[in-house]
Design a binder for this molecule. Structure first.
Ligand code: SF4
Length: 370
């Protein structure tokens, strides 16, 4: 039996980052951030294209200078994915990228300074329908809040967020999303839980500076897992000291594991042991890398022997159970045919691709009939 996700999502106001809806009943979006020099247009466009190919819904780009804003203009013209410009302090940069077609401004109103400058940014955002992301981070908490709380705490993060929110409220601007990030899992989770009950805007989740690929993935999965289980979270970014494409892959894996999104192949594979009748790990590595381009959801079970093989294979779209002299392939939960070890990977790849093509055709027929 397969269980449905029991998660009931928090009802949030919906905003649009370009064509991507965030909040409300929109799928939880996965975003990442470029780590190239924004002024190197060619390298940044290439990285954004790799992120698009990995199915990033939204990409954030740092725009730290006017020179970078000019580069942003060229970058914008060459990619399709919605772009968020990450700006600190300088309202002139925000106005420039708004003019050049940014899809979201990541800027904290309280950091802009003079009232007329804040108003100018908000007027431009209103005029061009550009939402704002308020991003509060435990590592850059205001000095007076650090003094008041002694150290970053969930309450301090929320108080900081509320200052920025108050400014937007005063200017009657509600199209924003918010993050209250910390590298400490408990602090981030507590801060998000606190703020989730106080505002209706969508929440951008992340465990900031989570670490390298392995540690950061685990930390992010644990932190975001707790929040997502509470129904909190409308868009996510996994912060890894790694290739940004990995952030997108990990983001999807987290959402897939909670059945909040489906994308590509959901592999069910055993860890293997001396009972394995084929090289489970080698087969999995090969299949994962060969099938990285697949975006249509499909459950594939790769199990080394009959201990758990038939049970898992019956629940999958395609299942493989190791056996001697032949391995058994299940299709749609039914025993279908046998295959020998030397042909295993090629055979499974072809079978999966045929099944995907069939599924895609069926989906198209359904849409055409609707
Ligand atoms: S399914 Fe079989 S091969 Fe895989 S770990 Fe379990 S006992 Fe070992």
């Amino acid at each position: 039996m397969k269980m449905e996700s029991p998660i009931k999502r928090r009802k949030s106001r919906q905003i649009y980052i370009g064509k991507v809806a965030v909040g409300g009943d929109a799928p939880i979006s996965v975003q990442s951030m470029t780590n190239t020099n924004t002024c190197d247009v060619e390298a940044t466009v290439a990285q954004i294209r790799r992120l698009e190919a990995a199915c990033a819904d939204i990409v954030r780009v740092s725009v730290p200078s006017m020179e970078a804003a000019e580069a942003f203009r060229q970058i914008r013209a060459q990619v399709n994915v919605p772009l968020v410009a990450d700006i600190h302090f300088d309202h002139k940069i925000a106005l420039k990228v708004a003019e050049y077609g940014v899809d979201c401004l990541r800027i904290n109103p309280g950091n802009i300074g003079r009232e007329d400058r804040v108003r100018a940014v908000i007027d431009a955002a209103k005029d061009k329908n550009i939402p704002i992301r308020i991003g509060v981070n435990a590592g850059s908490l205001e000095k007076d809040l650090q003094r008041k709380y002694g150290e970053p705490t969930p309450e301090a993060l929320v108080e900081s967020a509320m200052r920025h929110i108050d400014i937007l409220d005063r200017l009657d601007f509600q199209d924003y999303k918010l993050s209250v990030k910390a590298s400490d899992v408990f602090m981030a989770v507590a801060a998000y839980r606190l703020i989730a009950s106080q505002i209706e805007q969508p929440l951008h989740l992340g465990i900031t500076e989570a670490g390298g690929l392995r540690g950061g993935t685990v930390k992010s999965s644990v932190g975001l897992g707790m929040l997502l289980m509470d129904g909190i979270g409308d868009t996510i970014r996994i912060s890894l000291a790694a290739d940004p494409v990995e952030e997108v892959k990990v983001g999807y894996e987290i959402l897939k594991s909670l059945k909040l999104r489906s994308k590509g192949i959901n592999f069910i594979a055993c860890p293997s042991c001396s009972r394995q009748n084929f090289d489970v790990i080698g087969t999995m590595n090969e299949l994962e890398s060969r099938l990285e381009d697949v975006t249509t959801p499909l459950d594939v079970a790769v199990i080394g022997c009959i201990v758990n093989g038939p049970g898992e294979a019956k629940e999958a779209d395609i299942g493989l159970t190791g056996g001697t002299p032949n391995n058994l392939v299940y299709v749609n939960g039914q025993k279908d045919h046998k295959v020998q070890n030397p042909e295993l990977v090629d055979h499974l790849e072809n079978l999966i691709r045929e099944k995907i093509a069939l599924k895609e055709q069926q989906d198209k027929d359904l849409i055409a009939r609707a």
